[in-house]
Every structure is written in C-alpha cells, then in structure tokens.
Design a protein around this ligand. Structure first.
Ligand code: C5P
Length: 231
C-alpha cells in the first residue's frame, strides 16, 4: 500500500507567545516544520506529504520548501478552524487504498523508527496509535481552570492511563469513513474520531522523546535532544 503523511500545522500556537506560529520557529537553525518533514522522508523515502498550514502561511510554507530535494513530494493544503477540519482537508486528497500517517507538525523529534512502527501496525491492524505511560502522579480537579488552591481534587490511578502521541496511522478507507461524521467537541485527535465511528484503535509503543513543541521550554528540550542524537 502507498504511504502518505498528513502533517497538520494549521494551529495558531498561542501558548508559545511568539509572533510567528510555533511550527515555523527556528530549532537549531531550521524551522520546526522542516525537521518534521525530513523525519518522514528519512523513514519512507518515496512518501507523499500533505502539509496543512494556516491559509495565511501557505506562501511562507512554500518558500521554506522551495529548493529542498523533497519539494516535489510535499503538497500544501489550506487548514481549517479546528484540528478536525484541518485533518479532513488533508484526507480529502488522499487515495483510498493507502496507509495514512496523521502527525502534529510540532512533534519535530519524531524518529523514522516510530514512523515505520506505526505504518507496519496500521497495515496489520487497520490503525496504530502511539502511546506512552504516565510518570507523574495524577489528580482530578472539580473545576477546570480553577486556582489550584481552590479546587477540590482526588487522586487518579495512573496505571491504566496513557499519553497519546502522533503519528496516528490508519488504513485510509477506515479514517476517511470516520471523518464523514459531524465534528464533536471531544475530538482532540484522530483516534477519538475513529472510536466515535465504532472502530477500536490499536495502540503501539510511543517514544518519550516525541514531544509536542507547545511552550518555550519545549524548544530548549528539543535542541538538547537533537544535540544528544548527533553527539
Ligand atoms: O493545539 P494543538 O497543539 O493540540 O494542535 C495539535 C496540532 O494540530 C498542531 O500541529 C496544530 O498546528 C494542528 N492544528 C491544525 N489546525 C487547527 C488547529 C490545530 O492543523 N485549526
């Protein structure tokens, strides 16, 4: 089956507090999003990539990719107002009889090994969702966004909890069918969309280094991890 990646990077990234969206910030001299693209090219040299960007940033995205050896493999797509609509736009152009890896553009430390693990499991099971165990203790609070000292809380057992990463990888026909339903507020990822369509998702082992660049400290961590990989 052909392998395709949809890299979603159409968010505004407000938690970073920077002038440009976090997916375009420099990480060791190269835009975050280029690190992400290059990991997929390394994992699957002939892969086709759909890069979903904010409509206002598509021209800028094009200029970043211009002249890169993989330029011909990357198609730019206008994103929507939610992650669901951005992914739906990407899926609209993916051929049905293929495998599709849907990945957060800001998870730029993704390794070729994890990408290939997800494609192999999706081929065998129809879906592959990378997860990692929780290492912190967990506490459920009564009111979202309350000041910590005001909240009524209780301990949660972390043994049965997993953190969910991307690339969330599927047989394309399965995930396209799931995306034909209406968007719901609880859809924070593609696994939740597949599940709401009645599909059980298959979990694979994620990678603790596959962090999502969200806050300024994440860029510092990412640079340190990249230094350690090349040392
Ligand atoms: O906001 P959050 O960090 O959960 O977003 C996860 C991913 O979804 C990011 O890569 C972001 O750029 C992408 N996204 C998108 N379109 C949106 C909102 C988020 O492609 N409208």
């Amino acid at each position: 089956m052909d392998k395709i990646a949809i890299i979603v990077a159409a968010g505004s990234g407000t938690r970073m507090g920077s002038d440009i969206p976090k997916q375009f910030l420099p990480l060791k001299g190269k835009a975050v999003i280029l690190h992400t693209i290059e990991a997929f090219i390394k994992a699957v040299p002939g892969i086709q990539i759909r890069l979903v960007l904010p409509p206002s940033m598509v021209a800028y995205g094009q200029s970043l990719i211009e002249g890169m050896p993989y330029q011909g493999q990357v198609t730019l797509i206008n994103g929507g107002n939610s992650r669901f609509s951005s992914v739906a736009s990407g899926l609209a152009s993916v051929p049905e009889n293929s495998l599709v890896a849907i990945h957060d553009g800001v998870r730029c430390l993704i390794t070729p090994a994890l990408i290939n693990r997800c494609f192999e499991a999706a081929q065998a099971f129809g879906s592959a969702i990378p997860v990692t165990p929780v290492t912190d203790s967990l506490r459920e609070v009564s009111v979202e966004g309350n000041h910590p000292t005001d909240a009524v809380s209780k301990a949660l057992d972390r043994v049965n909890i997993r953190l969910v990463q991307t690339p969330q990888t599927f047989k394309t026909s399965l995930i396209q069918a799931a995306f034909s339903q209406q968007e719901q507020p609880g859809f924070t990822d593609e696994a939740s969309v597949a599940e709401a369509a009645g599909k059980q998702v298959h979990l694979v082992e994620g990678d603790p280094e596959n962090i999502k660049i969200t806050r300024p400290v994440d860029l510092i961590l990412a640079a340190a991890i990249l230094d350690q990989r090349t040392a």
